[in-house]
Design a protein around this ligand. Structure first.
Ligand SMILES: [Zn+2]
Length: 434
């Protein structure tokens, strides 16, 4: 493996300028989501690059998925390059969408400025740098090992930042991640170049609504305040639930450390009248709120079941009703994702580990992501377990102002991806297929 790794090392390094230009070009296509801008543009840009290299390219619109419309169509690209003989298929998947720009930038968020070896822009690290590194890795591999067995796929998909339903989930439903078609998947999300991300924690989103009775605000004793009922629930959460969640630790190697416990975020809370509209400068009227709604985002561990997670929260609400005045409520599921963790012995993990040991002289750190990403759809809809996230960029920079990706990090991870590709497609030291 050492020989092929050195050859690929040189081949990737020779493509430094091309890698920089490709990353800049991708950043300059402002694929903001929501609403889902320029998806077709970025797919066509990538198609124009991959077609001349023998890739069979499909542009696929995820019709009727959330957010899909003629104004903002959900376009995805799947490119496939067959080798000279049958063999397994290695798939690189990257999401093309980026989150809103936000405040605090000192560079042009869609300029792709290169300064001191760093490329700046919205999506630089999450994850246009990863897409560019994977493409350059594949191209370097094909240049050095043209006679490979099996096939290579590259997909560029929509909507990861909003759940992936118009992207990887749609493709998985259409059979693109069927284990008969694809055997190994690498998602170059920004998890740091010396770490392999095996999966993610579970998610349960739910909405709790407490009910009361409307009355005049000057005589609240004649009504029943739904916000105070929600307050009772929150007191119970503070006293009992949060300490219990913090004490629960997982054996999953979740990073950062704080996410190794169960967590619950109160995403939003609203009770009573709507906030004053911008075009109305009058006063609110005096009423007792008869409804209060809270949306919760509960992240759970492989050691917990979704049923337990739901029951635990319901018990919190019921205890609040026992401790104080009784009230009616509604608790409804919004969506859920089960935890996912690829086995450390899986072929894609082994191939990446070997390539990282060759490149960095040490074993990788195995991590699990606190939040979910498109692996969830590949696992649950595609039923494909041999999937990890590995790519350049510093996770903490994702979604921040002045987001950047380091050119050397991209080169290093491209070398690792190219070497892992060689391993997975059975290429031996002399560049010939074994
Ligand atoms: Zn991402």
């Amino acid at each position: 493996m050492q020989d092929i790794s050195e050859k690929l090392d040189q081949e990737v390094l020779a493509r430094r300028d091309d890698l920089i230009a490709l990353t800049q070009d991708l950043i300059r296509i402002p694929t903001l989501n929501p609403p889902g801008e320029c998806y077709r543009d970025i797919c066509e840009f990538l198609a124009a690059r991959l077609k001349p290299q023998g890739f069979e390219v499909q542009l696929i619109r995820a019709h009727d998925t959330p957010g899909d419309s003629d104004r903002y169509p959900r376009w995805n690209l799947v490119a496939r390059r067959e080798g000279t003989r049958p063999g397994s298929c290695v798939h690189f998947n990257g999401h093309t969408d980026v989150v809103e720009v936000g405040q605090g930038w000192t560079t042009d968020p869609f300029g792709g400025e290169l300064k001191d070896g760093l490329i700046y822009g919205r999506g630089a690290c999450d994850m246009k740098g990863g897409i560019a590194a994977a493409i350059v890795a594949v191209e370097a591999f094909m240049a050095k090992c043209p006679d490979f067995a099996g096939s290579i796929e590259i997909s560029a998909t929509a909507d990861e930042e909003t759940g992936g339903y118009g992207g990887v989930a749609y493709l998985a439903e259409q059979g693109y991640f069927n284990p008969d078609r694809v055997q190994h998947v690498i998602i170059p999300e920004p998890l740091n170049k010396d770490r392999i991300c095996l999966g993610h924690r579970g998610v349960w989103w739910a909405e709790l609504e407490t009910y009361g009775r409307i009355a005049h605000g000057s005589m609240p004793f004649l009504g029943d305040c739904a916000v105070r009922h929600m307050g009772a629930v929150m007191r119970e959460m503070e006293d009992v639930l949060y300490p219990a969640l913090a004490a629960r630790k997982t054996a999953m190697p979740v990073v950062p450390d704080g996410a190794r416990s169960s967590t619950l975020n109160i995403n939003s809370i609203h009770g009573g009248q709507d906030e004053r509209p911008a075009d109305f400068d009058g006063w609110p009227s005096a009423v007792v709120p008869d409804s209060c709604r809270m949306i919760i985002d509960r992240r759970f561990l492989a050691e917990e079941s979704l049923e337990e997670v739901r029951d635990e929260f319901r018990q919190v609400v019921d205890r609040a009703r026992e401790r104080g005045p009784d009230f009616k409520y509604r608790l409804s599921d919004m969506h859920d994702v089960l935890p996912s963790m690829t086995d450390r012995d899986a072929p894609v993990v082994q191939a990446l580990s070997g390539a990282m040991a060759a490149k960095f002289g040490k074993d990788p750190e195995f991590v699990v992501s606190p939040g979910t990403y498109d692996q969830k759809h590949i696992d649950r809809i595609g039923r494909l377990k041999n999937c990890v996230a590995y790519g350049p960029g510093i996770l903490d920079l994702a979604h921040q102002p002045d987001e950047y990706v380091g050119v050397n990090d991209m080169l290093d991870s491209a070398i690792v991806m190219a070497t892992a590709l060689a391993g997975l497609l059975g290429v031996t030291a002399d560049g010939e297929a074994g």
